[in-house]
Ligand binder design. Structure first.
Ligand code: TUI
Length: 313
């Protein structure tokens, strides 16, 4: 592939697995990397020693490049970055903040830096600070999200930067891949589909909830508290939305979400767990190996392009 993301990361397919807290473990990251993409261990809100363990475990499961996604809102972000700099995975992706203060040390350690951003201004800032590539995430994505759709964000970021661009949010099949490449991205970040992979250790109930999801089921809560999160509709999201509508105190709303991820991913609590997933959940129809998911984005791509030619000639 004549592709700067593949070249930069030393991978076969320009597919990066999203950094999903609790879901993106060493097992998932290694399976994605072994399948020819770039797997990421999600640090999420985990303490630094857990992240170190995960990196070391991943090394036993793959000899391909892999990375760590550091969630910058984590209370452990600083220590996690320190561990990452010591352990030197090939890549660090960051989310939910500005990784500027860590860039120099990451670069000195020879680690490639791919910030996940949700605005043009942040993409430009990251390029200036020395990011190796940008992951621009549209509001269709799961978890903590920005405001702009993938459709509008990707071409604007593509026009504003010259380093390689990865599109994220709502990319569920080869049509989404073709669209992302048409908009100016050279790579895809995929989260939700990898929840429904054989190698993902998330609870079976959570996988089934993704498989059952329909078009309007991935809803947003937390807009009023300034940290919007997209997750599958359930008792938790309804309760959240009710408190938000009633202008309940910030602490009461926040308390509802505490432990929500663990409840979903470990206990399989599909009612009071936070089933973070993107709008593409409605396009996930089976549980399959990571390698097959990766390949599915490129198989039939010629037919997609032929189809476009046919209706525009
Ligand atoms: O980070 C994500 N997705 C996430 S993080 C997460 S854990 C969490 N749980 C509850 C509340 C908040 C976080 C679950 N899903 N995606 C990448 C992403 N980053 N989307 C948006 C951003 C972002 C936002 C602001 C990146 C930079 C940024 O900069 C703000 C600034 O100016 O510092």
């Amino acid at each position: 592939m004549n592709n700067r993301i593949c070249e930069l990361l030393g991978i076969e397919y320009p597919v990066i697995q999203g950094g999903m807290a609790w879901v993106a473990t060493a097992e998932l990251a290694a399976a994605v990397s072994n399948g020819g993409g770039l797997g990421l261990i999600a640090a999420g809100g985990a303490p630094a020693d857990v992240v170190r363990e995960q990196i070391r475990k991943c090394r036993t499961l793959t000899d391909k490049p892999f990375g760590v996604n550091v969630m910058l809102m984590s209370p452990f972000a600083e220590e996690v970055m320190q561990v990452v700099i010591e352990e030197k995975p090939a890549v660090v992706a960051t989310g939910a903040g500005n990784p500027g203060k860590y860039m120099e040390a990451l670069k000195a350690a020879g680690i490639k830096i791919l910030p996940v951003i949700a605005s043009v201004a942040m993409a430009q800032k990251m390029e200036k600070l020395g990011a190796d590539a940008i992951i621009a995430e549209g509001t269709e994505a799961g978890g903590h999200i920005g405001e702009i759709t993938t459709m509008c964000l990707i071409p604007q970021v593509a026009d504003a930067i010259s380093i390689p661009l990865v599109a994220a949010g709502g990319i569920a099949d080869n049509r989404g891949a073709a669209a992302a490449f048409a908009l100016g991205a050279e790579g895809l970040q995929v989260g939700t589909r990898f929840i429904c992979s054989d190698e993902c250790i998330a609870h079976e109930n959570y996988k089934q909830a993704v498989l059952k999801a329909k078009d309007r089921d991935a809803v947003v809560t937390g807009r009023s508290t300034g940290a919007p999160v997209r997750a599958l509709k359930n008792k938790l999201t309804r309760e959240y939305q009710r408190l938000e509508k009633e202008n309940a105190p910030f602490e009461e709303i926040e308390a509802l979400g505490v432990g929500g991820l663990r409840r979903a991913f470990e206990e399989g609590d599909v009612q009071m767990g936070s089933l973070m997933a993107g709008q593409s959940a409605a396009m996930v129809h089976k549980i399959e190996p990571c390698a097959d998911i990766i390949r599915s984005y490129f198989e039939g791509l010629d037919d997609v392009l032929e189809g476009i030619k046919k209706i525009t000639r």
